[in-house]
Design a binder for this molecule. Structure first.
Ligand code: COI
Length: 355
């Protein structure tokens, strides 16, 4: 299906809340824009998509997503440029990942052309909500959930695909301290770690809260079988710089989310001639590198958090602080990425979709 043949009805709000928003002070994800997209799936096919005023949705108490967790989501961003253009960053990658998550969770995939046009149109309708401050953006949250009514356990026959958006500021305002987790796990081989399934995030809250009570911002997840290999950091992919190389756990493992931001910073780094290794990384290797001073940088990469510097980590109650550097490579990557997103640097990669 080509994008030119797709159109959605649009009902505009009569009660915009935009004048109440302080666009210079945006916490992450608390404020939602005026409109939302909805499309329903029943009898084996997708119905008409529509854009309507943002409002609560009616919900049956036996809604199957609430009971059995067939619920997935995506996260991507739109940016305002200096010349007042609005660009959405790499939405095709989110479309692909959304379809992969749907397949793993036994849900009907949303056709890519519909996914992309629904996002583009919704951002166009709410374009005044795209902030202009540096580092700010419109966070776009597509989600799909099961809507069968009843408590029998089976893949739902009906679903809702929705998109909401939120003007956002920075996610972490400072470099983070993390703890390498040795008991709890985010995902096991054969599980749903690669899918952006709502339950993965719900299950991460308790371990994250425990480490926050100990004074850390987040966890570094390790493998479920042995807690020997590094997997992800909080809701972000994790990257280390050792001896000039960028090293990250391989996404071939079905326990790791295929990160759009991580792929993007690797594409930038490769274009600068930096060597990249995606492979298994042992905790021991990172401790050794921290001890002998070859661990130059560690950072998390994710849509919400962009590139977040890890300033230190703890393992078995020993805290390893990364040496302060005059010039952080992770900051170079972050600066280049945000410059491309805001069109302050040329997008030679063809990553941005103009609204
Ligand atoms: C994202 O970076 O889009 C995420 O998934 C983080 C989100 C849970 C806030």
């Amino acid at each position: 299906m080509s994008v030119s043949t797709i159109s959605f009805s649009v009902e505009k709000t009569k009660n915009s809340t935009i004048s109440q928003v302080d666009f210079d002070n945006l916490a992450f994800g608390k404020i939602l824009s005026d409109h939302m997209f909805i499309m329903e799936y029943e009898n084996g096919e997708w119905g008409e998509g529509k854009i309507v005023p943002f409002a609560p949705i009616p919900m049956h108490p036996a809604l199957s997503a609430l009971h059995y967790g067939q619920s997935i989501f995506e996260g991507l961003k739109a940016y305002r440029t200096e010349s007042n253009e609005i660009n959405i960053f790499r939405p095709q990658m989110n479309a692909k990942r959304f379809a992969e998550s749907a397949e793993r969770m036994c849900m009907p995939p949303v056709p890519e052309a519909i996914f992309l046009e629904a996002i583009r149109k919704l951002v166009e309708v709410d374009q005044d909500w795209v902030p202009s401050n540096e580092g700010y953006s419109l966070y776009i949250r597509p989600f799909l959930f099961a809507t069968d009514e009843g408590v029998c356990i089976k893949p739902s026959d009906t679903y809702k695909f929705m998109i909401i958006t939120a003007p956002v500021g920075v996610y972490y305002s400072e470099p983070v301290r993390v703890k390498i987790e040795e008991y709890y796990t985010r995902a096991a081989v054969g599980g749903v770690g690669r899918a952006k399934a709502a339950g993965n995030y719900g299950a991460s809250l308790y371990p994250a809260k425990q480490c926050q009570l100990q004074g850390f911002h987040q966890l570094i997840w390790t493998d479920a079988a042995e807690h020997k290999y590094i997997e992800e950091s909080g809701t972000m992919n994790i990257v280390f710089q050792i001896g000039g190389k960028l090293i990250s756990p391989s996404e071939d493992a079905d326990t790791i989310l295929r990160g759009v931001t991580k792929k993007t910073v690797f594409d930038i780094a490769r274009s600068w001639g930096v060597e990249i290794e995606e492979r298994k990384i042992t905790v021991e290797e990172i401790i050794t590198a921290a001890r002998n001073g070859t661990l130059e940088d560690a950072f998390g990469a994710g849509t919400a958090a962009v590139v977040t510097i890890i300033k230190g980590f703890s393992y078995q109650d020993v805290y390893y602080e990364l040496p302060p550097v005059e010039h952080s490579f992770a900051m170079d990557l972050k600066n280049k990425l945000t410059a491309i997103q805001h069109k302050l640097a040329e997008d030679t990669f063809g990553w941005t979709l103009k609204v």
